[in-house]
Design a protein around this ligand. Structure first.
Ligand code: KIV
Ligand code: ZN
Length: 534
């Protein structure tokens, strides 16, 4: 992007700030989203996601929790240095060192925000903090004052707000606003509230907190009862003007509010809400796919907006209706979220030009060297399967890009024998880059209950790691009996979880590669030790 384009984006973003009908989209994929099992990202991946969020048009990016680990600190620092238009937020407990470290990580951001939080519910104050309400009030005020010494934009969150006493919340919010908080976020930390109750809480706070018209109130919902989106929308109906959310709704337990759902609800039902966001909704699918790729977490086919079936009309009656008039069964167009409706399938005879053109339409402009790698992979794949779909092409690009990351283990060869009446056996050869200067080859064999179990037994032996498979799934990537399959796993290695994913026309090979992908991610993550947790 050129400097003048960037400048325009920044100026537009600032000018829009005072628009009363604008709902800020505060994206916390890199912080709350990343906290869920297996979603850990490398520093480079976080940067790639941050750039994608900027292209998507989010107003605030919560880039991390800097005190928690050196990776988190550096990610916030790099995002602060590279991004232009969005406000960059960093999370900090109401603790002096957290706030100092957050301010330091944000130092180079053009627009920065410290987001500090402290629990306010009776159960959290008593059992988690061991503090009396008056002590919580004092700590919150001190934290906000300290944060204001570093930045003008301070957000305060009373954690577990929806299980807090309303009178206490009014007092706490009033005090932190007096201390200088500019945004008040009301987290439904445990996903307990309902739309009616949550909406009423916002209305109550806005009515009873002095000068509330000068404050931006914010919704932050978890999806434990499947109501995160509905709750967030009830909040904006009652005066909130910021929604905290994640792409694909990833996050702790059942996840956070899904960005794509609230953005499309506010766009599709604009006449009902009378509100809008800055989200470029045509970028939604591309963003969703990037998050699937970097976290290795797929989305359910019937997931609203971004699921594979979200725009598929299967029944004859529906298809007939849509052909006569799309509005019969379609409330949003696939194009409005960035899905192309007339997809052309590529194959062995498609030329480089057609392939390059398709990549550009999928959002990838690759350097010649990278393009050549992806093209070679495309030719290999087109030899194995007749029709190559967009999903296949995206996975080729993703595989080529993740091959550039450090990989401790690489699958060199795999032989499996299985069949009814025989003992499934796998022989695996790996390249081990413990010392990247001198990679070595290691080989072993093992039996198992089935071919995949046999492979996983060998890999466990070869890597010497104690691994528990928490999830293992195989899904076809596209149509037809020659379709590629995506294998995804969630492995528990030590006390942390790592997701892995791989694609191949051979489901056994995909299973082996997915397992190795998760193991390799655990090595990237281990280079940095976590020092603090939430
Ligand atoms: O869910 C929650 O309470 C949070 C806070 C840290 C805002 O994520
Ligand atoms: Zn949260």
């Amino acid at each position: 992007m050129s400097n003048s384009e960037t400048q325009e984006t920044l100026e537009t973003a600032i000018a829009r700030q005072n628009d009363a009908g604008l709902v800020y989209i505060f994206d916390t994929t890199l912080r709350d989203g990343e906290q869920c099992p297996g979603a850990a990202m490398t520093e480079d991946q976080k940067l790639e996601v941050a750039h994608r969020l900027e292209a998507l048009g989010v107003d605030v990016i919560e880039a991390g929790f800097p005190v928690s680990s050196p990776v988190q600190f550096r990610a916030v620092q790099r995002v602060s240095r590279e991004l232009e238009a969005p406000i960059i937020a960093a999370l900090a407990r109401a603790v002096p060192r957290d706030i100092e470290v957050a301010a330091d990580a944000l130092k180079d951001a053009r627009r920065k925000r410290i987001h500090t939080f402290l629990a306010s519910s009776p159960i959290h104050m008593k059992y988690k903090l061991g503090k009396e309400p008056h002590e919580v009030l004092e700590l919150a005020v001190q934290a906000v004052k300290q944060a204001r010494d570093y930045v003008d934009d301070v957000e305060f969150s009373p954690e577990d707000a929806t299980r807090s006493e309303w009178d206490f919340l009014v007092e706490l919010v009033t005090r932190v606003v007096e201390a200088g908080a500019t945004t008040i976020n009301i987290p439904d930390t445990v996903g307990y509230t309902t739309p009616e109750e949550y909406g009423a809480l916002f209305a109550h706070l806005i009515k009873h907190v002095p000068n509330s018209q000068n404050i931006r109130f914010s919704a932050h919902c978890h999806n434990d009862l499947g109501m995160a989106t509905a709750n967030s929308l009830a909040a904006v109906k009652n005066g909130a003007r910021q929604i905290e959310c994640t792409i694909n709704g990833i996050g702790e337990r059942a996840g956070n509010t899904a960005m794509e759902e609230v953005a499309m609800a506010l766009r599709t039902r604009g006449e009902f809400y009378g509100l809008h966001t800055n989200i470029r909704t045509e970028e939604i699918i591309r963003s969703s796919r990037l998050i699937r790729q970097v976290t290795g977490m797929s989305v359910q086919p019937n997931k609203a907006i971004v699921g594979d079936n979200a725009f598929a009309h299967e029944s004859g009656i529906h298809q007939d209706g849509v052909l006569k008039n799309r509005l019969t069964y379609e409330i949003m167009t696939p194009e409005s979220v960035g899905l192309e409706s007339n997809r052309m399938v590529l194959g062995r005879h498609s030329g480089r030009h057609a392939f390059k053109d398709r990549l550009v339409r999928l959002g990838y402009i690759l350097e010649e060297e990278e393009f050549q790698q992806v093209w070679n992979r495309f030719l290999d794949l087109a030899d194995k399967k007749k029709e190559v779909y967009d999903e296949d092409i995206l996975s080729l690009v993703n595989d080529a890009q993740s091959d550039q990351d450090f990989q401790r283990y690489e699958l060199s060869s795999l032989h499996v024998s299985a069949g009814s009446g025989s003992v499934p056996t796998a022989t695996v050869r790996l390249i081990d880059r413990e010392n990247p200067e001198e990679p070595r080859t290691i080989t072993d064999a093992a039996c198992g209950d089935g071919p995949v179990d046999a492979i996983y037994n060998v890999l466990e032996r070869l890597t010497g790691l104690a691994i528990k498979v928490d999830r293992f799934r195989i899904q076809p990537l596209s149509e037809g009996r020659d379709a590629q399959a995506v294998a995804s796993v969630l492995l528990k290695i030590g006390d942390r979880s790592f997701a892995g994913k791989a694609t191949s026309t051979d489901i056994v090979e995909a299973s082996a590669r997915a397992y190795l992908d998760a193991i390799n991610r655990s090595f990237t993550a281990q280079t940095e030790e976590i020092t603090e947790t939430l």
